[in-house]
Write a protein that binds this ligand. Structure first.
Ligand SMILES: [Zn+2]
Ligand SMILES: [Zn+2]
Length: 151
């Protein structure tokens, strides 16, 4: 019969301050990876490591490009982003700013600014687990739609 750890084994081990099997845990616990993709599944990506920050943007460019009242973004370093499938389309939403989206279903995926070399933003809504990194602030709040705070 193959070895099978109890269901709470990893949780208990990670939460324990005085683990009895530290070397084993290092091997068993996988390095964190943040998977995501577009609505239709054509574009898939994975982010390694942890985002630098998570925020909501109310700017008109985000609103129009995503067709939503605001857009949640996580900020990462470019090398953290690994495109696994598909070929996102891109366009310049303003001078020096490139946004990508799935050419089939239209999901907004990333934001890259020439003024921020080596960095990029990824839409929270395209993450497989969009609850993983809750935004801690909002930007361009003066553009927030009147009704956005009401409902
Ligand atoms: Zn798609
Ligand atoms: Zn924006």
């Amino acid at each position: 019969m193959p070895f099978r750890a109890p269901d709470d084994w990893m949780y208990t081990a990670r939460g324990s301050s005085s683990s009895r099997y530290p070397s084993l845990i290092e091997v068993v616990v996988p390095s964190p990876e943040i998977p995501g993709g577009c609505f239709c599944g054509e574009v898939r990506y994975a982010i390694s490591g942890v985002p630098e920050q998570s925020l909501v943007c109310h700017c008109p460019d985000c609103r129009r490009s995503a067709g939503a009242q605001s857009v949640g973004w996580i900020f990462i370093r470019s090398e953290q982003f690994d495109l696994r499938s598909g070929s996102p389309k891109s366009y310049n939403s303003s001078v020096g700013v490139t946004r990508t989206f799935c050419g089939t279903c239209g999901t907004t995926l990333t934001w890259v600014g020439d003024q921020q070399p080596g960095r990029m933003d990824v839409t929270i809504g395209s993450l497989d687990d969009p609850n993983q990194f809750p935004p801690t602030r909002a930007v361009y709040r003066k553009h927030k739609l009147d009704w956005a705070a009401e409902i």
